[in-house]
Write a protein that binds this ligand. Structure first.
Ligand code: GRF
Length: 195
């Protein structure tokens, strides 16, 4: 049984999609939901589902990113995960954090990487006049939003779209893509999925 830890910063809708899919014959099981935001709504949802949670407030560590990551990693390691899924986790992780989980940490990003790494992806796609947007699941490496792609889903950009309407349309696909990628990734298959 593959033990999966999920890191969130907010509502955790992607975390819920992953948890809801980790049932039945599908081997992974969620063993921890952790956040850098103590009152992240996703932590309460995880608790309701009987999943252990942890919170490490990055604001308690001021500018000491290494100390924050050391505490977060200690709490994660206590759950003995085989795989870490970043799901709406909004802190940039240093190479020191990623190293112990190289090849075993994945992330969902709301753009068709390598386009638009970083923030405000939907706004940037609209400003560029793109006609297609989407989301990507990738392996987490030392470079932000740049690891090998494990899956992508596309959505059309409509003339009347705003960043909010586009974000909502992409989020629906995130909730389809991430569980599908985790199933395949947990079985040791790294071939990319195109939805
Ligand atoms: C989503 O836009 C997702 O693409 C990004 O974080 C946002 C919130 O995700 N990674 P969630 O609802 O907290 O899973």
């Amino acid at each position: 049984m593959k033990r999966v830890a999920i890191l969130i910063s907010g509502g955790g809708s992607n975390m819920l999609a992953l948890v809801r899919d980790m049932v039945g014959d599908h081997p992974p099981r969620p063993v921890l939901v952790a956040s850098n935001v103590p009152h992240a709504a996703g932590l309460a949802r995880a608790t309701e589902l009987g999943i252990a949670t942890a919170a490490v407030d990055h604001r308690n560590f001021a500018s000491d990113r290494a100390a924050f990551e050391a505490e977060l990693m200690a709490q994660i390691m206590a759950a003995r995960p085989d795989i870490i899924c970043l799901a709406g986790f909004m802190r940039v992780l240093t190479p020191a954090f990623v190293a112990p989980f190289a090849g075993r940490m994945i992330n969902i990003h709301p753009s068709l990487l390598p386009k638009y790494p970083g923030l405000h992806t939907h706004r940037r796609a609209l400003d560029a006049g793109d006609t297609v947007a989407g989301c990507s699941v990738h392996e987490v490496t030392a470079e932000l939003d740049a690891g090998p792609i494990l899956g992508q889903a596309q959505v059309p950009i409509l003339p009347a779209d705003t960043a909010d309407s586009l974000s909502a349309r992409v989020l629906v696909q995130e909730h389809r893509l991430y569980p599908a990628v985790l199933r395949r990734f947990a079985s040791g298959d790294r071939r990319p999925i195109a939805l």
